[in-house]
Design a binder for this molecule. Structure first.
Ligand code: MF3
Ligand code: CO
Ligand code: CO
Length: 292
């Protein structure tokens, strides 16, 4: 399928939805505490999004029962909020998707991994590698770049840090629908020849494992686990492809509490608040980035 591109009018709606998704994620970071259940996160997100005239896209999507995905430790993605209690040392990915305006609007999709209390060295490592993978990938996006460049830069960096990249779940076009063409693999896929076009909005959302890349689906039909039960971390942004780079539509204008505020972490200019201006990235040749 050809890539569906935005008009100025649809892009304006898309920007607002993405801004709301980013604000929701920031608000989640401020409420996370040891002892809280993932169901409490779901209630908070549901209220936050619906009170702003939007619909939480996961709710009812292919039968998904809740308004947000909460994926703890060895859960790769699509964790269903429930009675699980967050404990000191856990890591949790919270994946927020908004449809603004509710029901007929556009979708903005963003996620981050948060630390509950003090993480182990391993939890910290996989989380920071996932964060860095997304940032490196954002830097290669530009009109006419091959989609396979994204996965190449992610997998190269993840492997150099002793981590693996999940293959069964990929980034995706997003906007009029929650999930649209094209698919965006986060690993090397030389057969993918398609090129990004200015005006496309899509997600980059690498899932990075401390052990092997293989996953397993839980009996609930949603929860995705690492096969070896190693830790997994993920960050996600929705981006707009431009002639000379990209615009990160889910860029935050506040610090992500519980994630970017740790001494070992950092606020990357494309993801978080900087004094450098808007979330616009001007493309430079990937050789300068990857050393290839
Ligand atoms: N937000 C996820 C993504 O990044 C998709 C979740 S689908 C759901 O693509 F049904 F689990 F919500
Ligand atoms: Co997504
Ligand atoms: Co998502």
């Amino acid at each position: 399928m050809p890539q569906e591109l935005h008009t100025p009018a649809t892009l304006e709606t898309m920007r607002r939805s993405c801004r709301l998704a980013a604000e929701t994620l920031c608000a989640v970071g401020r409420i996370l505490r040891p002892g809280m259940t993932t169901e409490e996160i779901d209630r908070f997100v549901h209220e936050y999004i619906t009170s702003r005239g939007a619909h939480p896209s996961p709710l009812g999507y292919r039968g998904f029962p809740r308004s947000v995905c909460t994926s703890v430790n060895e859960v790769v993605c699509h964790g269903i909020p429930g009675k699980r209690v967050l404990r000191e040392g856990d890591i949790i990915n919270v994946d927020v998707t908004t449809q603004w305006p509710a029901k007929h609007g556009y979708h903005g999709d963003t996620s981050a991994t948060f630390y509950i209390g003090e993480p182990s060295d391993e939890a910290r490592h996989v989380t920071e590698v996932a964060r860095r993978c997304l940032e490196l990938a954002l830097q290669v996006v530009r009109h006419n770049v091959r989609i396979n460049e994204i996965g190449a830069v992610i997998e190269e960096y993840a492997q150099s840090e002793g981590c693996s990249v999940v293959r069964e779940y990929v980034g995706h076009g997003v906007g009029r629908l929650f999930h649209m063409d094209p698919q965006i693999p986060h690993y090397k896929q030389n057969e993918v020849r398609e090129r990004l076009r200015a005006g496309l909005t899509f997600t980059i959302e690498p899932m990075i494992n401390l052990g092997g890349w293989q996953t397993e689906l839980a009996p609930d039909g949603w929860t995705v686990l690492t096969k070896d039960r190693s830790l997994s971390a993920q960050f996600e942004h929705t981006v707009l492809v431009t002639r000379d780079g990209c615009e990160v539509l889910t860029k935050r204008d506040e610090l992500l509490v519980g994630s970017e505020d740790r001494p070992w972490s950092r606020v990357w200019p494309l993801s978080g608040p900087t004094t450098l201006g808007p979330a616009v990235h001007v493309y430079r040749e990937p050789t300068a980035l990857t050393g290839r």
